[in-house]
Write a protein of this length. Structure first.
Length: 317
């Protein structure tokens, strides 16, 4: 039995037309947590190769992936349609003849079309990359963690703050807190500084997915992206309120109390505007998602570490 499997969301279908339609949707499917650290081009390409008897026929030493392939995916689909329609077995670009039509389709997807794009985008010297077998696993349902390379794991899982708790701000000096309070981008800057502490890297978010994952109960749990941002926004607000109180109680830099009150009013105004103005809410989501995106690799390291630790505990018991 043959089928296709989306490497982003693990959807399975028997028809290439369905997987093509799936990748042409305006709203992308939700990315599974195991695939967060894979490149979108990889996920796309390997989703187009069918499984036969639960095995994908891929020679990874021959795979080339062009970084523009998603932008030109319609052209690739046209090439595949042409092969199917005319029952072709010979590649029109390199003249290699294959025994089966599917073999030519795989060849076009995994190699020749990207080489064609390399000629089109030859002004970019770093446009093409070779993908080796140790970077991609031939797993039936998804690309596993084995394809994540060059990751140094040095996280103590006991030290990661649960998302339902306040972040650890012990690394912020009084001067840093004062700078954040009087900043005109206090919400995004506060999150940026909070995420400098590894203990606070407890969100795994992808801008192209409508869901993310949060660290809670010694594991990463699924949560909608909107809920993650709303809860993060409220936590940031509460931390800044605490910063203001800390400064009032220990005003070592002699910050004008009127200035603090002025920024407290700004803080409250932005907080209220978030819940009453859709444009403001959209901008907050955009900025906070960007901050989480910037630490996605560190969050995925934490995820890998926790999964490894949980797996070890399971085996021991």
């Amino acid at each position: 039995m043959s089928y296709y499997s989306c490497k982003r969301c693990l959807l399975k279908t028997k028809n290439f037309t369905d997987i093509k339609r799936h990748f042409n949707k305006k709203i992308k499917c939700s990315k599974e947590i195991n695939n967060f650290n894979n490149k979108e081009e990889e996920l796309f390409i390997y989703s187009l190769i069918p499984f036969t008897d639960n095995v994908q026929n891929i020679n990874y030493n021959e795979v080339f992936i062009n970084k523009n392939i998603l932008k030109d995916k319609d052209k690739l689909f046209d090439e595949i349609n042409n092969i199917e329609k005319n029952k072709l077995k010979t590649c029109k670009y390199c003249n290699i003849t294959f025994n089966k039509i599917q073999d030519l389709k795989n060849h076009m997807i995994l190699k020749c079309f990207s080489i064609l794009l390399n000629d089109i985008y030859k002004h970019d010297p770093d446009i093409i990359e070779k993908v080796y077998e140790n970077n991609i696993t031939n797993n039936v349902t998804h690309i596993t963690n084995n394809n994540i390379t060059n990751i140094t794991i040095n996280v103590n899982t006991d030290s990661i703050i649960s998302f339902d708790k306040d972040w650890d701000v012990s690394h912020l000096s009084n001067g840093a807190k004062q700078s954040l309070v009087i900043s005109f981008v206090k919400y995004t800057k506060t999150l940026e500084h909070i995420l400098k502490n590894d203990k606070n890297i407890n969100v795994l978010l992808d801008k192209d997915s409508d869901k993310g994952f949060i660290f809670k109960n010694n594991n990463f749990e699924e949560m909608s992206k909107n809920d993650i941002i709303e809860k993060s926004f409220l936590k940031i607000y509460n931390h800044i309120k605490n910063f203001i109180e800390d400064i009032k109680n220990n005003n070592e830099y002699c910050i004008d109390i009127d200035l603090l009150e002025e920024h407290n009013v700004i803080l409250e105004s932005k907080y209220n505007k978030y819940y009453t103005d859709n444009l403001s809410k959209s901008m907050v989501h955009e900025y906070l998602i960007e901050k989480y995106e910037n630490v996605k690799d560190r969050a995925f390291n934490n995820y890998n570490t926790i999964m490894n630790c949980n797996d070890k505990i399971t085996r021991e018991y």
